[in-house]
Design a protein. Sequence first.
Length: 322
Amino acid sequence: MSTEISLHSSTGPSARPLVGLIAGPTASGKSDIAMGLARALEKSGRRAVIVNADSAQLYADLPVLSAAPSAQEQAEIPHRLYGAWDGAQSCSAADWAARARGEIAAAHDAGITPILVGGTGLYLRTLLYGIAPVPDIAPEVREAVRAMPVGEAHEELARLDPERAAALHANDTTRVHRALEVVRSTGQTLAHWQQRLEGGIGDAITLAPLILLPDRDWLYERCDRRFGLMVEQGALEEVEALMARGLDPALPVMRAIGVASLAAHLRGDMTLDEAIADGAQATRQYAKRQYTWFRHQPPAQWPRVGDTNVASKSHFDILFHN
């Protein structure tokens, strides 16, 4: 994938349209910087739209618990794909990427600069690089594989796809089952399909990425403080309404960070203080995983900044190169 770290457009018929990207772990200040960038673009005479790339903020059921932009922010700068899915729907990386491609194309057609904002690395990777065109798994194969103990599934995977089996921990249930169901259903290994990525837009755009990696202690303290504020602002009521819907516990919205903790309190299994502490801990653990991913997975040339001053001019200097 070819990317350029610049918000300067090129000229001529082959010019690639611009896409900004603000990425990083939860609570790192992405939304504030995106709003600042959008305001700066509009002040310079260019319109902007912010496109969500966070797997929790796309569900309409959790605007508070997912720290979605406020109504005031969304009224000031157009926002897309926030609350765009109902909790009863499961949104995959491919589902999101298809919608994001549409929003980005519509913005470019209207002369608007889209700014992707979020911390879901798989979504961003799918949008930019594409997705493996794995055929639909036969239902009977999926059912049989997922009923297997992970150890037994790993042994069979070692026979059918030894390279993938060697790369996976024998107790990694999700990945072992996925790799085995693919080779059983399609007759080809997962690696075979992953070499045929399709649908990525990375080579068709000029990407201006910025990754936020603030001081970890600062980030974790912010996670703790923010979760408590979410409860004060209505997160508990959101989870109560979600539970009342009787949705499948396996749906992504039911597994969003903080839902399990607050649901435990509503069932009487935890005090509110215990639920807040548990939710804050889950948020810190999630932020830690995101931090590691964004530190190592994106291309090395993508700028990584640790300044926690979200109004710092240096962030915009990196993007604008002014």
